[in-house]
Write a protein that binds this ligand. Structure first.
Ligand SMILES: CC(C)(COP(=O)(O)OP(=O)(O)OC[C@H]1O[C@@H](n2cnc3c(N)ncnc32)[C@H](O)[C@@H]1OP(=O)(O)O)[C@@H](O)C(=O)NCCC(=O)NCCS
Length: 174
């Protein structure tokens, strides 16, 4: 399977149907979902649907979140990369959102920062995006740190699903 983005310790590839156990482990964890609307999944069928939904975006938009694999173990550790946002969000739509989500045992290793830096580089150089946006719950301090370490600027606070979120921007100024 093609390595779409590669870093020292990780690579990104398309999400596959064989990632169901990984997605279930990720998305059924209430701690992972603490700042994602607090609605973790409960069934394997839901994990299958997550993958189906994302794979449909590859077809429809040519872009979607990608699986992140730890090179050392070949384990699925989470996902990252871009999603085309078509719903009105903080007054914008039809833009590329950068996101990431890691299985708890992979937190605290610098994986979010390492993978996000590489995703930004891919977004600017391969996808030729003029700007990348990201959002984070104002309580999600760890995610705010990741975005700032990767060069994003906090622009404003807005309500997303009735929860205050920061709106982040990173301009392609190369
Ligand atoms: C947000 C989230 C991705 C952050 O993951 P993380 O692993 O804590 O993030 P980082 O990559 O910044 O790594 C964290 C720590 O690893 C440490 N670290 C350990 N080994 C490291 C290494 N080899 N290289 C770099 N950092 C390393 C860093 O010091 C860093 O700590 P610091 O930020 O306090 O300085 C993770 O908590 C998560 O998946 N949460 C649930 C989903 C979510 O909220 N997603 C974001 C929605 S906006």
């Amino acid at each position: 399977m093609t390595r779409i983005i590669e870093t020292e310790r990780l690579y990104f590839r398309e999400l596959l149907n064989t990632d169901v156990p990984g997605i279930f482990s990720l998305d059924s964890d209430p701690e992972v979902h603490q700042y994602l609307g607090n609605n973790p999944i409960k069934t394997i069928q839901q994990a299958e649907n997550v993958i189906k939904f994302i794979r449909q975006q590859y077809i429809d938009n040519g872009v979607g979140r990608l699986a992140i694999i730890e090179k050392e173990t070949n384990d699925f550790v989470g996902w990252g990369g871009f999603k085309l946002i078509t719903d009105l969000t903080n007054g914008r739509k039809d833009y590329y959102d950068l996101g990431y989500r890691f299985i708890k045992k992979s937190w605290g290793k610098g994986y979010a920062t390492e993978s996000t830096r590489a995703a930004v580089e891919y977004g600017f150089n391969k996808l030729k995006l003029p700007v990348i946006y990201a959002i984070a719950d104002t309580g999600n301090l760890q995610s705010q740190k990741v975005l700032k370490k990767c060069g994003f600027t906090e622009k404003e606070v807005f309500d997303y699903g009735a929860v205050p979120h920061y709106w982040y921007e990173l301009l392609n100024i190369q």
